[in-house]
Design a protein around this ligand. Structure first.
Ligand code: KIV
Length: 272
């Protein structure tokens, strides 16, 4: 059992801010269904992100753009039913908040009401400031997301490291300070230089959760299917694989196929 698990029975947005103040690192993983969320929560993770990466991982789309608000609510409600301890953060999908602050609020309210999630996450900085303020005013906790923002993939054109140039790095730092000022409880920084991530983490009092942002931030997030090795085509430098489930599962399923074909399964003790 981890120290964090002993100290905090239930993770809230306030717990995360306290963890940063106490120098305790925050662990975050994605989950999109009940069974995976049960394992992730039971293993002591602090935050479960119902990421719009479900669009890639669960539905096989090339980008995160196609997933809908209804689909995100379905995934999030499955996760919430499994969770006893973790904070559940749900991504607002592409097209559910960019038009105007009222739409952003309506989408966030649907997520909170229909899934039981505890907070929402949105991609972007000052362009979506008014939307974030509107959501926060309704009492809904907001996690920001800066750096590589996959919902804007067609604007960037590639998934390479962001904010390497001075101007983009400065804007990112300003956006992070703004997100803190208006009341976001944490920010995800995706795929930016480690030095910049360190500077951002030192410049704000809310937790910075990194993915491909180096070690000097307040926590780390990975896509659970990637870190378990269930996916194998995605190999960025920042990804550490803790298992190779793709091979293990393939082997187990191939063995089952063989057992069925050879009538090894079911045997006498496996029948009624
Ligand atoms: O959707 C997602 O999984 C994310 C993480 C990569 C941070 O936003």
């Amino acid at each position: 059992m981890s120290t964090a698990k002993k100290e905090y029975k239930r993770i809230t947005v306030k717990t995360l801010v306290d963890m940063k103040a106490n120098g305790q690192k925050i662990s975050m993983l994605t989950a999109y269904d009940y069974t995976m969320a049960k394992i992730v929560d039971g293993a002591g993770i602090d935050v479960i992100l119902v990421g719009d990466s479900a669009s890639n991982v669960m539905a096989g789309h090339e980008t995160t753009l196609p997933i809908t608000l209804d689909q995100m609510i379905y995934h999030a409600s499955s996760v919430v039913r499994a969770v006893n301890r973790s904070l559940v953060v749900v991504d607002l999908p592409f097209g559910s908040y960019q038009s105007d602050p009222k739409e952003a609020l309506r989408s966030s309210i649907r997520i909170m009401k229909e899934s039981g999630g505890h907070a929402v996450k949105l991609e972007g900085g000052k362009e979506i400031k008014e939307s974030i303020k509107r959501i926060l005013h309704a009492g809904i906790p907001v996690m920001g997301h800066l750096g590589l923002t996959p919902q804007s993939i067609y604007k960037f054109g590639t998934y390479t490291v962001r904010a390497k140039e001075e101007a983009e790095a400065e804007k990112l730092l300003e956006d992070a300070k703004m997100l803190e000022r208006i009341g976001c409880f944490a920010i995800v920084l995706e795929k930016i230089p480690a030095e910049l991530a360190k500077k951002v983490a030192e410049s704000v009092s809310i937790p910075i959760i990194g993915i491909g942002a180096g070690p000097d931030v307040d926590g780390q997030v990975l896509v659970v299917h990637d870190m378990l090795g269930m996916t194998h085509e995605f190999n960025p430098r920042f990804l550490r694989r803790y298992l190779n489930l793709f091979d293990d599962m393939t082997e187990a399923i191939a063995q089952y196929v063989d057992d069925v074909k050879t009538q090894d399964f079911p045997n006498d003790s496996e029948k009624y």
